[in-house]
Design a protein around this ligand. Sequence first.
Ligand SMILES: Nc1ncnc2c1ncn2[C@@H]1O[C@H](COP(=O)(O)OP(=O)(O)O)[C@@H](O)[C@H]1O
Ligand SMILES: [Mg+2]
Length: 256
Amino acid sequence: MTTSQVKFIKNSQIHKWKTSCSADELTAVKNCAVASRKIKMIYKSGFASFVALKGIDLNIPQGAIQLLMGPSGSGKTTLLSILAGILTPTDGSVHLLGKDITRMSSKELSKFRLENIGFIFQGFNLFPALTAAENIEVALNLKGIRGKQARQESLELLTKVGLDNKADRLPRNLSGGQKQRIAIARALAGHPQLIMADEPTAALDSQNGQLIIELLCDLAKQKETTVVIVTHDVRIKSFADYVTHMEDGLITDHPV
Ligand SMILES: Nc1ncnc2c1ncn2[C@@H]1O[C@H](COP(=O)(O)OP(=O)(O)O)[C@@H](O)[C@H]1O
Ligand SMILES: [Mg+2]
C-alpha cells in the first residue's frame, strides 16, 4: 500500500498505546528542546478512522536545525502541528523546553506557544490589508510589545531579513521570496526559542528557497534557536544538523 492510499480501520482495531517513562528517559526528554514519545494520531470521521502517526519518538537538542522529510501524506504536517501544540495527539507526549505540553490546559498551552514558538506556514499567511511592518507588529502586539517599541522592533526584524526598505508595502506588492522573508521576521518576533516551519520553500523557486532557508538557519544559529523544518527539498539538507525521514506515519531509517 502506498502512503497516498487512504487506509480505514475499525475503532475496535485501534490499539491503545501506553506511555511509560523511566527516570533516565525523563531526564533525556527534559534535556531536549523538543522530545516526543510514542506520538500517535488518529483522524476520525464517523465510524472510520485513519492512523496518520503510528508512534513517533523524536529528540531534538537545543539550537539544532532539524529537517522532517518524506513523501506527501507521510504525516509530516500532522507531526509538526502536534510538536507545535496546534494539534493534540491521540496518544503520546510532547516535551518542549522541558515542559510536557500534552498535559497543559488550553490556556497554558496558548501562553506557552505565544512565548516560545514561531511558526512559518507554506502559504506565508500574511494579513493582506496590513503592510510588511504591520504584519510583524501584530505578532509583537500579541506578545505584549506595543506602540513605538513594536514599530522599532518590527523595523529591526525587517532589517535582519533585508527588507527594511519594504516596511510600508502591502503583501500583494511583494514577491514570494519577500513575503516569506516577512513570515520569517514575524516568526522571529519576540525571540522564540523554537521555530517550526511547514514547507517554507514550497511556494518559491529553488534559488529563492535556498536563500530563505540559509537566512532562517543563520538567524536561528545566532540565538541558538531550535528549528524544525518540514520539507521536500533535498537541497536544504546541507543546512541541517539532523534529517529525519518519515513514511506512512513512522520514522524510517532509510531515506525514501
Ligand atoms: N484533518 C484530517 N482528517 C483526516 N485525515 C487527515 C487530516 N489531516 C491529514 N490527514 C491524513 O493524514 C495523512 C498525513 O497527512 P499530513 O500530515 O498532511 O502529511 P504530509 O504533511 O506528510 O503530506 C494523510 O493521509 C492525510 O490525508
Ligand atoms: Mg504537509
